[in-house]
Design a protein around this ligand. Structure first.
Ligand code: BGC
Length: 776
């Protein structure tokens, strides 16, 4: 990989692959994934290879293969594969000689350019392709391929169309529908998901040119099982460039814009749409998409002046993917843990969204955060069902969430247990319950940062109250200790299953209940009409008594007297301590499982990821720096960072403790999870939460931005090798620009809003009128 390729205007905007290796296809397929939140296309090469994974997903189109499997995002028929034959030989970079290979993802414009010379049987061909998924026209993706035989005439043949011979690792999610080629030009494939019965209309068309002049070639037509293609063939003279433009669209009956329309209407709509796109052509369509990307970058770009150029690329890479993966157009859809870049985690949403991804949107593009918060409102039915099925009340959010009505979709069986040889049971869907307070926390954060009363009145307060109702019913009375416990859970650290009183879960449930009590009074006095509606619906009056009675009796593990360590749960501190050096220095995550089964890991003082640290991050003011440091010193050496969520939280905490070197080191490690030199980390897809975490490292960590009790705080702790960082921040609907220099903080208001922005810097309060400079 080459991360320094961009120069001048494109400096730190280009992620580049500079050599081809068919053993490492997964890396660029995932990190160069294209998308627009409506759909995501993994960047498999045009020509096919044995180890490739070619994926195309459309947000929200979940399907359940059969009763024994959970619902997942299906891999839809493919547009990207082209069979290219040059003088009768299939273009295949495993053969022949390759010269000047490069594949560049331009983060600024969302375009991939792939270029190389291929020499085979004495003929040298120049190949260059471009590919984008439009950020403007959500149904559209386009590919352009140019081939020039350089030193001899050659027959070039390209087979291209729609390939429905795809699956999700073998699971076939589609019934084959009609296929058709209109006027030898517009190719159509219909398919229907087997269970959710979503109809897909996929269309594609081609335009050809020779040396820049459009040409017509009468194609051969080919229709096979789940496959429809056209074949173009042309004798191309030495030095002539043969170009094929392929413009493709996806529409589904799940799309909002077609709500209520029949499949027949969608087919007509899709055909008209494609005809119009075809008239506009690749270049115009690309310009429109670029304009949309420019708007996004204007709203979110962070400028870093660092001694290490890579830092700038890393945040842009993260933000590029955050836009590509997020279905901002439709609040019935969430963000997958691998975005739309791979089959990993089946397209499901986790707490990753609320605690790692949403903050970026909340502080930068609040309308998108609103859509993500609304998604949880849409899923309330499933959350209530889950509570009820488990004998609780209120809303118990699914650990893994898919289509809004699906409820809990966590698979039950996972990786092999090295002791028994059987599949390990995944308990998260049953007992990883902290997701419910994570949802409440992100919602409250959104509310405090944006002051979006309308959202809260229509959706948010209902969630806050219903999550509190859940926690009140979830608490278990311990007669001996005369306190409420939360037993048999998994906390954020998934290497500890079936534990009692995970500190994170207990504290956050306590916080959730107190928040509901606070808003009960506020809404009753300030919004009586709304109060009456919610009171009727959720019986707030009688619940309030329960909340008040129980919340003061919840067991909150305190720091130990001797060393200020808070027990992560009731038994963690009494488990075996082993030498973890080998696993701390591992090349690939999860190496512990080569030696131990999950049951054995459960009995060792070893953590997968940040647990206590997430608590310190969210409830920052509850714990002193000394307590944070003591717990860091105890738990971090036992934490393997086997989840990609772990490093960014640790980075923010290290910043909070003013350990700048450690914080920067963790930031670098987090940045390199997908973008680094390791060619195997992203095979199943990019790490969505970690990418959100990179933004948090910079804004919440190094710049010290935090919403505390509804107030804005900015306590910068710039890494030593950074001179400056400038970033946008939206606070109470006002766009601010924050600039952090070594010793100077500048805050500028970018609008004429009269809102007085109040914030603190290292304990001193400031009021922003237009611009303020503060020495720190
Ligand atoms: C982590 C979870 C995370 C999930 C999806 C797991 O490996 O332990 O915290 O939510 O991956 O990213």
């Amino acid at each position: 990989m080459n991360y320094n390729k961009g120069t001048e205007d494109l400096k730190n905007w280009i992620v580049s692959e500079d050599s081809f290796n068919s053993n490492n296809l997964g890396k660029c397929e995932a990190i160069m994934c294209l998308g627009n939140g409506y759909m995501g296309v993994r960047s498999a090469t045009e020509e096919k290879y044995l180890k490739e994974i070619r994926n195309h997903f459309v947000s929200g189109t979940f399907n359940k293969f059969d009763e024994n499997e959970v619902t997942e995002l299906p891999n839809i028929p493919d547009f990207t594969q082209l069979d290219i034959n040059l003088n009768g030989e299939r273009l295949d970079l495993e053969k022949g000689e390759i010269k000047n290979y490069s594949r560049d993802l331009n983060l600024k414009s969302g375009v991939i350019t792939r270029e190389f010379n291929w020499i085979f049987k004495g003929i040298e061909y120049h190949f260059i392709s471009r590919r984008f998924v439009s950020l403007k026209d959500l149904n559209l993706m386009a590919i352009e391929v140019c081939i020039t035989p350089l030193n001899a005439e050659a027959t070039v043949s390209i087979t291209s169309g729609i390939n429905g011979q795809v699956s999700n690792s073998g699971a076939q999610h589609f019934h084959e529908g009609e296929k058709r080629i209109y006027n030898k030009k517009f190719i159509e494939m219909l398919s229907k998901t087997t269970n959710s019965k979503i109809d897909f209309v996929q269309m594609t068309t081609h335009k050809l040119s020779l040396n820049g002049d459009e040409i017509e070639i009468d194609p051969d037509l080919n229709m096979d099982r789940r496959k429809v293609n056209v074949i173009y063939k042309l004798d191309v003279k030495a030095g002539e460039e043969f170009k094929l433009e392929k413009i493709s669209t996806v529409n589904t009956t799940r799309d909002l814009v077609h709500d209520g329309k029949e499949l027949k209407d969608i087919r007509i709509y899709a055909l008209n749409q494609l005809e119009n796109f075809e008239k506009e052509g690749f270049e115009t369509l690309l310009e429109k998409s670029k304009t949309e990307w420019n708007k996004k970058w204007a709203a979110m770009d962070i400028k870093i002046d660092s001694e290490v150029e890579f830092d700038q690329l890393a945040i842009r890479f993260a933000q590029y993917h955050l836009i590509v993966m997020t279905p901002a157009h439709d609040s019935r859809m969430g963000v997958g843990a691998k975005g739309l870049s791979g089959e990993g985690y089946k397209g499901h949403s986790f707490w990753d969204t609320e605690l790692f991804i949403m903050p970026f949107f909340t502080y930068t593009m609040p309308e998108i955060a609103r859509s993500l918060a609304k998604y949880r409102f849409e899923t309330l039915g499933g959350a209530r069902r889950k509570a009820n099925d488990n004998g609780y009340m209120g809303a118990m959010f699914p650990w893994e969430s898919a289509w809004k009505d699906d409820g809990e979709v966590t698979p039950v069986w996972g990786a092999v247990d090295i002791v028994t040889g059987k599949a390990t049971k995944i308990w998260s869907g049953f007992i990883e319950q902290h997701i419910t307070c994570d949802v409440a926390y992100a919602l409250w954060q959104y509310y405090m940062v944006t002051k979006d009363e309308e959202f809260m009145e229509n959706y948010g307060f209902e969630i806050l109250f219903d999550t509190a109702i859940f926690w009140a019913s979830r608490l278990e009375w311990n007669e001996e200790k005369k306190e409420y416990h939360i037993n048999n859970v998994i906390g954020p650290d998934e290497y500890k299953e079936h534990v009692n009183n995970n500190a994170f879960t207990n504290y956050m449930a306590h916080w959730n209940l107190n928040l509901a009590i606070e808003y009960y009074s506020k809404i009753k006095s300030e919004k009586p009409e709304l109060f009456n509606i919610l009171n009727k619906k959720l019986e707030l009056d009688s619940n309030l008594k329960v909340w008040k009675d129980k919340v003061v009796k919840i067991y909150l593990p305190e720091p130990r007297k001797e060393d200020s360590v808070i027990p992560q749960d009731d038994t963690y501190l009494s488990k075996d301590i082993i030498d973890l050096t080998k696993y701390k220095n591992q090349e690939h995550v999860g190496s512990l499982f080569k030696d131990y089964s999950l049951d054995q890991v459960n009995e060792i003082q070893v953590s997968k990821q940040a647990d206590m640290m997430v608590l310190f991050y969210l409830l920052e003011n509850r714990f002193s720096t000394d307590v944070k440091r003591a717990n860091w010193n105890y738990y971090e050496p036992k934490t393997l960072h086997d989840s990609s969520l772990s490093l960014s939280t640790h980075c923010v905490l290290a910043s909070d403790m003013n350990d700048k070197e450690m914080a920067y080191d963790l930031f670098r490690r987090a940045s390199e999870i997908d973008l680094g030199p390791n060619m195997k980390t992203s095979d199943h897809g990019i790490h969505a939460a970690s990418l959100g975490g990179i933004w948090q490292c910079i804004v919440n960590g190094f710049s010290g931005v935090r919403m505390l009790g509804g107030e804005l705080r900015i306590d910068p702790k710039l890494p030593e090798n950074w001179n400056e960082v400038i970033f946008p921040l939206n606070w109470h609907g006002v766009n601010l620009t924050i600039k952090v220099d070594k010793n100077l903080l500048t805050v500028v208001k970018n609008s004429d809003s009269d809102e007085k922005i109040k914030f603190t810097v290292y304990g001193t309060e400031y009021i922003l009128d237009k611009k303020i400079e503060i020495k720190y």
